[in-house]
Design a protein around this ligand. Structure first.
Ligand SMILES: Nc1ncnc2c1ncn2[C@@H]1O[C@H](COP(=O)(O)OP(=O)(O)OP(=O)(O)O)[C@@H](O)[C@H]1O
Ligand SMILES: [Mg+2]
Length: 359
């Protein structure tokens, strides 16, 4: 018995196992192939992980396939022949068509996909780390330069105030400048803080998040911000700490800007055997890997039917999570606001997985 192109599409094989791999010559047999089907040929959403290929095959290169498709293969073509054809044509995927000539999906080589995916993840991580370096630099400059000048201005103004004692007009101007300086000082402090949350450096993720929530709570007293943390976050490496902090920050910014919500619930779960909590609604307890889960849900108006193509926040969150080998889910059930749910493998677990796959 041999597998055909359409068998592969309907079973959505990601890797053809050793037994199922067709008998082909030695060199070709080293190549591992992946298979995915396409539901919506109009959408192109970029590279995704192998896991997602299995779960949401329609997300992959969908718009490239009809346009750049090399000659398609009929659905009943044996996989071995599909692979050989790919080698002959020197292409890394072949579209599959049914008897009516309709596009069903594509067979591709996961090895190439994996290399592209890894390269993409590496570059994305580098990009985020450069972005954080730049933010750290800007925050230092703002603090050291602008902060010092503001302090000097304030001291000079105090001197001037002595002369203004019995000159009401001058005193009025000094008061106005003082008020403007107060405002400027608050703005600069806010920017420094947003660029580089000091609490994260000094007290760790948990305290930094509590500080962030307190800030939001005092700025938006009409709303309720809840934060539940299960398990200790102390052992996490800096890259993941920063990622989780930035993810929560972007979610909260989105809630304030778009959601019209009354309540936001944030849950972080780092315990495999923790009780039922918000994160468990999206991810089962992890068995064999060390992961951390984050869920941010609001009770606002939910996502619009069409997302603004200009927005970078959601796409940036997804990229950040996937670059660290994690999973990003975005849900907006009717009349129930928006939920962002994230699974992030911890450093040791992700690196062990990558090494195992690579080896
Ligand atoms: N919690 C939310 N509730 C309702 N709509 C949301 C929520 N989060 C995001 N959205 C919608 O999704 C769109 C895309 O969000 P995204 O964060 O990607 O971009 P943005 O916030 O518009 O801009 P930015 O690039 O500054 O983040 C938003 O414009 C908004 O319409
Ligand atoms: Mg946003």
């Amino acid at each position: 018995m041999f597998l055909t192109a359409s068998d592969a599409l309907t079973t959505r094989l990601v890797c053809v196992s050793e037994e199922a791999r067709p008998q082909i010559d030695q060199d070709l047999a080293k190549t591992v192939y992946a298979v995915f089907a396409v539901d919506d040929p109009q959408r192109f959403l970029g590279l995704v992980s192998a896991k997602e290929i299995a779960e949401q095959p329609h997300r992959i290169f969908a718009d490239l396939l009809p346009k750049l498709a090399p000659s398609p293969v009929p659905e009943n073509t044996p996989l071995a022949r599909v692979y050989r054809r790919m080698e002959e044509l020197d292409c890394w995927y072949l579209p599959v068509v049914n008897r009516l000539g309709e596009f069903m999906g594509a067979v591709t080589r996961s090895r190439i996909l994996k290399v592209l995916l890894e390269e993409n993840q590496r570059l994305t991580r580098r990009l985020f780390s450069l972005q954080e370096e730049e933010r750290r630099y800007l925050s230092r400059e703002l603090h050291d330069e602008l902060g010092q000048y503001l302090a000097a201005l304030r001291a000079n103004l105090d001197c001037l105030a002595v002369f203004g004692n019995n000159q009401p007009q001058l005193q009025r101007q000094i008061d106005i400048i003082n008020q403007l300086m107060d405002h400027l000082y608050c703005v600069v402090r806010g920017m420094i803080h947003r660029l580089r949350p000091e609490l994260l450096d000094h007290l760790g993720l948990e305290e930094a998040l509590r500080g962030l929530i307190e800030e939001y709570q005092s700025q938006y007293p009409g709303m309720t911000f809840g934060l539940e943390i299960y398990g200790s976050l102390e052992e996490m490496d800096e890259e993941r700490e920063l990622a989780l902090y930035r993810l929560v920050q972007e979610c909260l910014t989105n809630v304030i800007r778009h959601a019209e919500a009354r309540q936001v619930k944030i849950c972080i779960c780092h315990l495999p055997d923790s009780p039922r909590n918000l994160c468990r609604r999206y991810f089962p307890p992890p068995r064999d890997r060390r992961v951390v889960h984050l869920t941010v849900c609001d009770d606002g108006k939910g996502l619009p039917v069409q997302l603004s193509p200009k927005g970078l926040g959601l796409a940036g969150m997804r990229e950040r999570v996937e670059a660290l080998g994690g999973t990003f889910l975005l849900e907006s059930p009717l009349n129930q606001g928006v939920c962002v749910a994230i699974e992030l493998p911890l450093k040791d677990s992700y690196e062990a997985d990558s090494a195992a796959v690579g080896g």
